[in-house]
Ligand binder design. Structure first.
Ligand code: URA
Length: 209
């Protein structure tokens, strides 16, 4: 079964507490989403492989550590996932960025695919799929299925806020995908919004409401 890690770091919890508030402006919201994504990238890369290499400092030859495992990629689910990309790249600047476009049909709440562009060697990479909100789980499940169809084998999923319903669905459908969650909320309402949540993450990031 997939590992689920709910972030307990006080800075993550504090920042998510500000992000949630109605009075937080788009500017602050964007900045904080980026900061939380950065901290989450730090936590989600704890187990990356290292190798020892020889280096020269100005004073002596010595041994140092270097990342040695698979190359990395960040794949935001459009559009709200874009808000997490910069923060992720602040931690893993060599990662390539793919994009997956899905929207939720307002009536069925089912994900509909409209765009997918990935780095050519994605099947060789450790891929971090990012979306601030894991609500019904429909988009995350569909996005990860798309990645797997394109040969991606190593996938992790990061979100700021998850609903128990979405978490369960993602865990059950993709048991090989580890899930990193900033905060686990109470439930989904009848419109598919996470409660207490933060509202519509895309609208709040891009100021479209
Ligand atoms: N997407 C959002 O942006 N917010 C929710 O609460 C659920 C899905």
């Amino acid at each position: 079964m997939a590992k689920v890690m709910v972030m307990e770091h006080p800075l993550i919890q504090h920042k998510i507490g500000i992000i949630r508030r109605t009075g937080t402006s788009s500017k602050e919201f964007r900045e904080l989403v980026g900061e939380v994504a950065m901290f989450m990238a730090y936590e989600a890369t704890r187990d990356l492989k290292l190798r020892e290499i020889e280096i020269e400092t100005p004073l002596a030859k010595t041994k140092a550590m270097q990342l040695a495992g698979k190359k990395l990629a960040v794949v935001p689910i459009l559009r709200a996932g874009l808000g997490m990309v910069e923060g992720m790249l602040a931690m893993i600047p060599a990662a390539k960025v793919g994009h997956i476009g899905l929207y939720r049909d307002p009536d069925t709440l089912e994900p509909v695919e409209y765009y997918c562009k990935l780095p050519a060697d994605s099947s060789e990479r450790e891929v971090f799929v990012v979306d601030p909100m894991l609500a019904t789980g429909g988009s995350a499940v569909a996005a990860i299925a798309m990645l797997k169809e394109k040969g991606v084998k190593n996938i992790r999923f990061l979100c700021l806020i998850a609903a128990p319903e979405g978490l369960k669905k993602l865990q059950e459908t993709h048991p090989d995908v580890d899930i990193y969650v900033g905060a686990l909320d109470d439930h989904l309402n009848e419109h598919g919004y996470i409660v207490p949540g933060l509202g519509d993450a895309g609208d709040r990031i891009f100021g479209t409401k």
